[in-house]
Design a protein around this ligand. Sequence first.
Ligand SMILES: [Zn+2]
Length: 194
Amino acid sequence: MVNPRQALRPDDALLIVDVQSDFCPGGALPIDRGDDVVPVLNQWVAAAVDSRVPVFASRDWHPRQHLSFKESGGDWPVHCVQDTVGAQFHPRLTLPDSAIVITKGTRFDRDQYSAFDETGLASELRKRGVRRVWVGGLAQDVCVRATVLDACREGFETIVIADATRPVTPADGERAIEEMRHAGARVESTSGTS
Ligand SMILES: [Zn+2]
């Protein structure tokens, strides 16, 4: 268990993956209790702001008729279409004005699950002197998994905030946690702060 206010170092970044309305209950591709991550991440955001740790937030941001949609032969229902309400960050996620938004899923020729996938994120983090990333968001077994595996591959010390993620299915979530651990990520959960 880690307390965000004690855990964050100057060479950290907080990376919030795809906490968008479509991935939460009531959205187009809802993850069971996906919105449970919001209050946890809000504690991390508050601590990051106080510690001057940069906050990065990725968003899935698909063009209409994206190839990842079932109607186009893909795996997923239509979700996170650019400029729709469902593509917005969850309304209770308290992103600071200083948050840096990473847009992905915009390519016509293939999907991008990872926030590092041709977004320039790794070089941006290095430019800012970041050596360690704390990762939470949605979904644990899809875009969080891909982002964490890439963060490890890019040489960042990587910590998954387990209680700030939710899986599409519990079994895939457990598998993803094992895979992320195997890749070198640490898995922690948040202790109460106040
Ligand atoms: Zn998507």
